[in-house]
Ligand binder design. Structure first.
Ligand code: TLP
Length: 346
């Protein structure tokens, strides 16, 4: 059996069209602004998310770090949802690189309440840090791929802007979120001051993310990217794959969502697992394993022995992610493997 890799949508390999585009890419020195393929990708990306300009960066983490650095000053406070990727999984970059402290607020399945954000924005007072930035995450990874709707996005932007605070979106999977809401992605991105979105998750490029915002913001972000060592040269070679991501890979995302749903519905039927189907809105499934049955690590080991790879995200919690290398047959085979383990243990 071919291995079924549900660890992440980052595991996808470039498509044949991407490899061809990469081999044929026209390139130049991007630090001089002379890589035509990067320029094309940046223009296309900015236009798609409804912003003036965009910057090609090596990763989602670099895009988020560049955004935090560009928006804030030392000692500022950054408001984040308490399970946000920027807070949880990015090496403390906001503190390490931007000298910011983080203020986390619990969300409902990863989604912040505008009233909580309003209450967390610091008034002017010599004792307080300045609230420098609000970061949102759509879809929300640790929330289970949950979505912030266009209405909630606008409401959150409004309270932040009323308090003079810019808003950055960690939109690593924002095209998944838009597909789930059935809206153009601009509904989720245009009301915000900057957005980072990944080409190398569900969109299957080998490398890269884009950071989008106003022309002035991106001009400054370009300096920050350089300071982070992210000024690349003939990187049109990789940007070429990103253009295919945006032109060919966005439309198929609902297939991944349907497969995630099917997998989640099968898990719900199995005694040792609990999954909140309300959270299964995109291509991520997070579910809990009854400790009387096994630990998350133990079940992942048993699954790996049967050719299904998955990551524990807590002692009793596992994440599955669907992507373009997971077919309907793979979903069936994964369900069979899980059933086999469950029935073997009884
Ligand atoms: N997430 C990865 C791991 O880091 C957990 C994954 O497998 O899901 N924002 C969000 C919401 C993300 O999920 C990720 C990657 C990033 C940012 C960072 O992107 P990269 O890995 O390109 O730095």
């Amino acid at each position: 059996m071919k291995p079924i890799d549900l660890r992440s949508d980052t595991v996808t390999r470039p498509t044949d069209a991407m490899r061809k585009a990469m081999a044929e890419a026209e390139v130049g020195d991007d630090v001089y602004g002379e890589d035509p393929t990067i320029n094309r990708l940046e223009e296309l990306g900015a236009e798609m998310v409804g912003h003036e300009a965009a910057l090609f960066v090596a990763s989602g983490t670099m895009g988020n770090a560049t955004a935090v650095l560009t928006h804030t000053g030392r000692g500022d406070e950054v408001i984040l949802e308490s399970e946000a990727h920027i807070f949880f999984f990015e090496g403390g970059g906001a503190a390490l690189l931007a000298g910011c402290q983080t203020r986390t607020l619990p969300g409902d399945k990863g989604v912040l309440d505008p009233a909580d954000v309003r209450a967390a924005i610091r008034p002017e007072n010599v004792h307080f840090p300045r609230t420098g930035l609000l970061c949102l995450e759509n879809s929300h990874n640790r929330g289970g791929g949950t979505v912030i709707t266009p209405e909630r996005t606008r409401a959150l932007a409004e309270v932040a802007h009323e308090g003079g605070v810019p808003v950055h979106l960690d939109g690593a999977r924002v095209f998944n979120a838009a597909a789930a809401c059935g809206v153009d992605v601009t509904e989720l991105t245009a009301p915000l001051d900057s957005v980072q979105f990944c080409l190398s998750k569900g969109l299957a490029a080998p490398v890269g993310s884009l950071l989008a915002g106003s022309a002035d913001f991106i001009k400054e972000a370009r300096r920050m990217r350089k300071a982070l060592g992210g000024g690349m040269r003939q990187a049109g070679i990789i940007a070429a794959a990103g253009i295919i991501s945006l032109t060919e890979m966005v439309e198929r995302l609902p297939e991944d969502h349907a497969r995630a749903r099917r997998l989640a519905e099968a898990l719900v039927e199995m005694e040792p697992f609990s999954v909140d189907l309300d959270t299964v809105q995109t291509n991520i499934i997070i579910f809990d394993v009854d400790p009387a049955f096994d630990t998350a690590a133990g079940l992942c080991r048993d699954l790996a022995n049967l050719g299904v790879r998955a990551n524990p995200v807590g002692p009793q919690r596992i994440r599955f992610v669907t992507h373009y290398e997971i077919s309907d047959e793979d979903v069936d085979a994964a369900i069979d493997c899980i059933s086999e383990i469950v029935s073997g243990a009884q």
